[in-house]
Ligand binder design. Structure first.
Ligand code: 16C
Length: 251
């Protein structure tokens, strides 16, 4: 009894992942927190233009260029029933599911396994005519947000690796910063053990900035992303629903 009295609950304010020892950790932590803040701002501030809408899904973009290349930032929100934020972020992050939902993917390799919540990926994507094929090399990190109710983030950000220099083969390297922020809502409010999938809803915010890295015609690029981003978010969320149904809920 006395021993129990002495026990105190320690709530970590900084993540306890072994990834904190990695050389990339300061950047991973900073970009993840920045992206979380940016996603939570919503589309109220800034001049976001709605470009796609389907059911609960809304997609906004801002037309921007950098050195003559289209780099339009994208912000999307969606509401999905029957899955938790943890489940959705896990599926977005984990390599084993990627080919099940990522339609533009040609190939994917994990080039560094930093920890179970932090990986480095090299991906090649399908070619868009008349531009060169693209690849992307990025770290990916997922975590639960402390001091918030059932809030999770997965964040991807381009990095470098001496063994995989950019633009060495047939691919032009793209540079990306992407985040997926998910919150689980429970209605009606219940104790954990009584919650069914029909009582849960996942509120998703997806933000993305992709720099094409080299020449690609602006009109083709805008036409491609207007088609591909809605396709991605619908396909990805349907994939999550399908993966999770009939499985125990993971909060
Ligand atoms: O966030 C998403 N996926 C993650 C896991 O894969 C990760 C990857 C982001 C990839 C960024 C795009 C890479 C270039 C794609 C080339 C497009 C091929 C289209 C082929 C059509 C037949 O964060 C979900 C990403 C959803 C991607 C939607 C497509 C965005 C197009 C942006 C244009 C990129 C420039 C291409 C220059 C030719």
């Amino acid at each position: 009894k006395d021993r129990l009295k002495q026990k105190s609950v320690v709530i970590p304010t900084t993540p306890t992942t072994p990834a904190i020892k990695h050389r990339l950790w300061p950047e991973i932590n900073r970009i993840t927190l920045e992206q979380l803040h940016y996603a939570r701002l919503g589309v109220g501030a800034g001049s976001w233009q709605l470009f796609a809408e389907d059911g609960d899904m809304r997609m906004y973009r801002r037309e921007e260029e950098a050195n003559g290349l289209v780099v339009d930032p994208l912000k999307a929100c969606h509401v999905v029933k029957g899955v938790t934020g943890h489940e959705v972020c896990k599926i977005f992050f984990s390599p084993e599911y990627r080919s099940g939902w990522e339609a533009t993917l040609e190939d994917m390799t994990v080039i560094e396994n930093i920890s179970k919540d932090t990986l480095v990926f090299l991906q090649t994507h399908k070619r868009i005519w008349p531009a060169s094929q693209r690849d992307a090399l990025f770290w990916s990190h997922m975590r639960k947000v402390p001091d918030a109710q059932d809030l999770w983030i997965a964040c991807n950000h381009s990095t470098e690796h001496a063994d995989y220099p950019p633009n060495a083969g047939k691919c032009v390297r793209v540079y990306l910063t992407v985040c997926l922020v998910c919150q689980t809502l429970i209605d009606p409010p219940k104790q954990n053990e009584l919650i069914k999938r029909e009582d849960i809803t996942c509120k998703i915010t997806y933000c993305s900035v992709v720099n094409p890295g080299g020449w690609a015609p602006a009109s083709v690029l805008r036409a491609v992303y207007k088609r591909e981003y809605p396709k991605f978010l619908k396909r990805f969320t349907n994939f999550c629903i399908d993966q999770c149904k009939d499985k125990p809920i993971v909060f």
